[in-house]
Write a protein that binds this ligand. Structure first.
Ligand SMILES: [Ca+2]
Ligand SMILES: [Ca+2]
Ligand SMILES: [Ca+2]
Ligand SMILES: [Ca+2]
Length: 264
C-alpha cells in the first residue's frame, strides 16, 4: 500500500486517537505498531488525517486470465497497483513469448480479439513492440495512450519447451539422465521397450555429448511424472533428432520403464 498524508481523502471529525505510528514489515496487526496516544504533543489536527491506498498487485507483474489452464489466457499487467489489459494492435508471437518467459515458460503464441474473453479496467499497453530479449513485458516498447476497446484484449498460449527438443534429467552429471522429449509444448519420457545403444547414440548426438552412449532401462534415473511421449524407438544412431527415429506415440508403459542414457 501507499501512505497518504495531509487529509488526502478529506478531513474526519471526532477524536484523533493515534500519532507517531511506527510499523515494521513484521507486524501482523496494525495495533501492534508502536504509537503515541499523547496527541497534543504532536500538534495534530484533522488537516493531518492519515490515509492509505491499498495495491492489488505489484507494478509490472503479469497474470493470465480466462484460459482453460494456467499456461494460457488474457494478458493482464499490473499498472498503478491495478490489473489492466493489453491491446492486440501489433501483438505477435515475439510479444507473447516475452510474456511467457516472464511467467517462467519457454515461449508462446499470440492471440487477439479478446480470444480469452474481455477484461475490465484500464487498457494499460498498446502497440507493443518487443524485440524478444526483454525479461519483462513492461520493458517492451509500447504506448499507454491507446485507441482500443476490450474486444481487442491480447492473449497468449505458453509452452514449457520447444517441440522435438530433449533433455537429460536426474543424472549425477550433465551427460546422463532420464530422457525427456518435448511434444506439443510439454515434457514427457520415453518407454524403454527396444531401447538400446543406437537410441542412446541419437540422444547423445542431439545434445552434443558425442556419438555414443549406454542405454539404461527401468527408470534407472528415477521416474518422470509427466506423459510418456515415445515408445518402441528404433534409431540407427546417426539421426540429428531423437524424434526422427522410428517410434510409436502410443504406448503400453508406465513410468517405471522410463528410458535413460549415459553418454560417453
Ligand atoms: Ca486491434
Ligand atoms: Ca493502437
Ligand atoms: Ca508486436
Ligand atoms: Ca531401439
Amino acid at each position: 500500500g501507499t501512505a497518504l498524508s495531509s487529509a488526502y481523502f478529506g478531513q474526519g471529525n471526532g477524536s484523533i486517537f493515534l500519532a507517531n505510528v511506527s510499523c515494521n514489515e513484521a507486524e501482523m496487526f496494525f495495533e501492534n505498531c508502536t504509537h503515541d496516544f499523547d496527541i497534543l504533543s504532536y500538534n495534530c489536527s484533522h488537516s493531518k488525517d492519515a490515509g492509505v491506498m491499498c495495491l492489488s498487485c505489484i507494478d509490472g507483474s503479469i497474470r493470465l486470465v480466462g484460459g482453460t489452464n494456467s499456461k494460457e489466457g488474457r494478458v493482464e499487467v499490473c499498472s498503478g497497483g491495478m490489473w489492466g489489459t493489453v491491446c492486440d494492435d501489433y501483438w505477435d508471437n515475439t510479444d507473447a513469448s516475452v510474456v511467457c518467459r516472464q511467467l517462467g515458460y519457454h515461449s508462446g503464441t499470440a492471440f487477439g480479439s479478446a480470444y480469452f474473453g474481455q477484461g475490465t479496467g484500464s487498457i494499460v499497453m498498446d502497440n507493443v513492440h518487443c524485440n524478444g530479449t526483454e525479461s519483462l513485458l513492461k520493458n517492451c516498447t509500447h504506448i499507454t495512450e491507446h485507441n482500443c476497446n476490450h474486444n481487442e484484449d491480447a492473449g497468449v498460449k505458453c509452452v514449457l519447451c520447444a517441440d522435438e527438443s530433449i533433455r537429460l534429467v536426474n543424472g549425477s552429471h550433465d551427460w546422463e539422465g532420464r530422457v525427456e522429449v518435448c511434444v506439443s509444448g510439454s515434457w514427457g519420457t520415453v518407454c524403454d521397450n527396444n531401447w538400446d545403444s543406437n537410441d542412446a547414440a541419437a540422444v547423445c548426438r542431439q545434445l552434443g555429448w558425442g556419438s555414443s552412449g549406454s542405454a539404461l532401462l527401468n527408470a534407472y534415473f528415477g521416474q518422470g511424472d509427466g506423459s510418456i511421449h515415445l515408445d518402441n524407438v528404433h534409431c540407427f544412431g546417426t539421426e540429428q533428432l531423437l524424434t526422427n527415429c522410428r517410434n510409436s506415440t502410443t504406448h503400453n508403459c508406465g513410468n517405471s520403464k522410463d528410458a535413460g542414457v549415459a553418454c560417453h
